[in-house]
Design a protein around this ligand. Sequence first.
Ligand SMILES: *Cc1c(COP(=O)(O)O)cnc(C)c1O
Length: 323
Amino acid sequence: MRPDVTLDGAALRANASAFAALGAPVAAVVKDDGYGWGARLLVRELDAVVESYVVADEDELAALRPATRKPVRLLLDAAPGRLERVLALGGIPNVSSRGALAEAAGAAAARGALTIRVGVLDAAGWASIAPSDAAAFAEATAATGLAVELWTHVVSPERSGTILDAFMAARRSFEGAGVRIVSTDAASTASSRRGLAFDRLRIGIGLFGARLGASVDNRCALRVTAPVVRTFAPGEAGWAGYGHVRVRADRSVAVLRCGYGDGFPKNLADGVDILSVGMQYTARVMHEGVDPRVLIGASDDVDTLAARSSVTPHELVVGLASR
Ligand SMILES: *Cc1c(COP(=O)(O)O)cnc(C)c1O
């Protein structure tokens, strides 16, 4: 007897469309096996409505490719000697080092043309060039004849101005060097807005319903429903599960087979409606007309659930993915 932890496909699609309404198509970010939910499951639900996908590396690309014919963009450079494999799988490769650039130049010479992705960011990370290196990297790229998709990642709302200014300066360097820039993308869920949509939005957590402050009309795609294993009539239970939570004498209590072992955060226990969350069970107050089995449903808000759980929406969503 286990909880039913699923995604609502219609909500996922509606969420992709809600972001696209900001003015650019959505590249669904399905790294880490679709935030733990299965990249291929997300592709099955989203393939008709998204422009492309974003994965971390060659392994994730290989796992995804049988499920879709759409473009797949990589966050990481191909490992040395692995670029041909990435290209054979139809991946758009990322390049953030002179070595990877040289390998891409070789592949472009053999093929006639090639588009690479170049990220510009001042933060420690794994796949971008520093803004201070942009002019020199642009010159080196121009010498190869490679076409470029230029991207950045707004990793901090407080520093978004700095990050975007550096990005636009880098774009001028690439243009000035004569590099053909085929597209530009900058925004993830938190930074999504009309003025930042550029040629595509890279959306991960927003597909599940989180907004992270962005003005987007999306909704919760998570569904957690658990079987009731026991009910207590009013007055029958004095205390709720573990911990020091007294059950009011006028309350009925349902015990559900779902707990933090299933990714339902322990902190969602508020002592009022959700009385107690254990590893495999949750005790909650029953209300007239409310289905006690639905722990997370269409009317919930992902950002609010995450805040109440003291985790980020990403951690909430990854934690609920089946293990
Ligand atoms: C993970 C990631 C995204 C998606 O971020 P969300 O907050 O889940 O929308 C976008 N771009 C890059 C570079 C990423 O690493």
